[in-house]
Design a protein around this ligand. Structure first.
Ligand SMILES: [Mg+2]
Length: 180
C-alpha cells in the first residue's frame, strides 16, 4: 500500500507540466539540506572535516544530504534561483553554510528564529515578484509536513514537496526542476 502511494506521488511530481517550470527553489535546512535536526543547537565555529561534513566545537557532526552540492550547482548554472527558508539562528546557519562552501550559491537567505514559514515565504515571494518570477514558479522543499501545510495555506500556488516523504533525494529533485 505504502508503495502505491509513493509511486503516485512520484508520478505527480514527474508530470510534464511541472518539469522545467520552476525558477526558484526554496530549501529548508535542518533535515533537508543537512542531516542534522537543529543547527541552532550546535556551537560554532565549525570545522570542515571532509567535502560534505562539518563539526561544531563539541565534535557534533553536520553532514550534507547526498547530492545537495551537485544539484544546487547544476540548478544555479541553469539559471534557477536558490533560496533558503529556515527557522533557525541566522548567524549559526550562515556560518554552517559558509563552512560547507554553499553560502555563495544562494540568492536569497531567509533565516529567522521563529516557526512562521508563511511569513518567511512572503519575503521570498516578494523577492521573486521584483524579478518577474511568479508564485507558481516557486518550488519549496521541507522535511516538515507541518511547515508545508503552513506555507501551502498562505501560498497555495507554491508547489511544495516534503523531503523524505514525496521526495527521496536531491538527485530526484534535479530531475523535477530541470527539463528532462
Ligand atoms: Mg527541517
Amino acid at each position: 500500500m505504502e508503495h502505491i502511494v509513493e509511486d503516485k506521488l512520484n508520478i505527480w511530481l514527474r508530470a510534464p507540466s511541472l518539469m522545467g517550470r520552476f525558477k526558484l527553489l526554496a530549501l529548508d535546512l535542518d533535515e533537508t539540506v543537512w542531516a542534522h535536526p537543529d543547527i541552532s543547537a550546535t556551537r560554532p565555529p565549525y570545522k570542515r572535516v571532509s567535502r560534505d561534513v562539518i563539526i561544531d566545537v563539541h565534535g557534533e557532526t553536520i553532514e550534507l544530504r547526498r547530492g545537495v552540492r551537485e544539484t544546487l550547482e547544476e540548478l544555479k548554472s541553469r539559471g534557477v534561483k536558490l533560496a533558503v527558508i529556515s527557522w533557525n539562528d541566522r548567524s549559526k546557519a550562515l556560518e554552517a553554510l559558509e563552512a560547507l562552501g554553499l553560502l555563495e550559491l544562494f540568492d536569497v537567505l531567509v533565516i529567522e528564529p521563529h516557526p512562521h514559514k508563511d511569513l518567511m515565504m512572503s519575503r521570498i515571494v516578494e523577492w521573486c515578484r521584483e524579478r518577474g518570477i511568479r508564485v507558481s514558479e516557486v518550488l519549496y522543499v521541507d522535511d516538515s509536513p507541518l511547515m508545508m501545510e503552513v506555507v501551502k495555506k498562505a501560498w497555495p500556488e507554491v508547489v511544495g514537496v516534503v523531503y523524505g516523504l514525496e521526495l527521496k533525494g536531491f538527485e530526484e529533485l534535479r530531475e523535477i526542476v530541470l527539463d528532462p
